[in-house]
Ligand binder design. Structure first.
Ligand code: IMP
Length: 175
């Protein structure tokens, strides 16, 4: 068990299970995007650990970039995404894979998709480490999913609780 600030979290998905799953996702992406040189766009901050491990399992040529949005405070979604920052690559006619730590209500991803579609990419796919199907408020189609999980707050492996816990190599669930 780990304590972060005022909350206790119990072990949920161990490091080895995560790595095994990423190997499979990496192979699928390699197979689907051979000869297409996709650009993977990580959503900061939460996706930094996921994307850095995922790309090690992709063996076709890829590019990697990052964007940042803001939407969350504490353990509940505010549902508001203010803006998207940091995109300095032309996505027109590119194959884009958005890499996210977790799709919860789906509102952030909905906004990101809206913004990126304007840039007319050839294709737009989503890879998320975690998906909470019961929390989804928008019909978001995630093509590469690490794990579907119950609607409970999680930390670790890039995910934070009030800025803390991102460095944990495994995923913990709120007790
Ligand atoms: P959504 O807009 O509700 O789908 O929330 C997406 C963002 O909220 C994610 O990128 C995370 O940064 C954050 N988030 C959602 N659920 C959790 C959680 O269980 N733990 C930590 N962060 C979360």
């Amino acid at each position: 068990m780990v304590t972060i600030k005022d909350k206790q979290f119990s072990p949920f998905i161990d490091a080895e299970t995560i790595q095994q799953r990423l190997e499979i996702l990496g192979e699928e992406i390699t197979k689907d995007f051979q000869e297409k040189t996709p650009i993977l766009i990580g959503i900061l901050n939460g996706s930094f650990m996921f994307i850095s491990d995922l790309v090690k399992h992709i063996s076709c040529p890829i590019e990697v970039s990052f964007i940042r949005i803001s939407s969350y405070e504490g353990t509940e979604s505010t549902g508001e995404v203010t803006s998207i920052m940091g995109l300095n690559t032309d996505l027109k006619d590119r194959h884009v894979i958005i890499v996210e730590d977790i799709v919860d209500t789906g509102l952030s991803m909905y906004r990101i998709l809206e913004e990126l579609k304007i840039m007319q990419p050839s294709s737009l796919s989503i890879s998320t480490l975690l998906l909470k199907p019961d929390a989804l408020k928008h019909p978001i189609e995630c093509r590469y999913i690490g794990f579907e999980i119950p609607n409970k707050f999680v930390v670790g492996y890039g995910l934070d609780y009030d800025g803390l816990g991102r460095n944990l190599p495994e995923i913990y669930q709120l007790k």
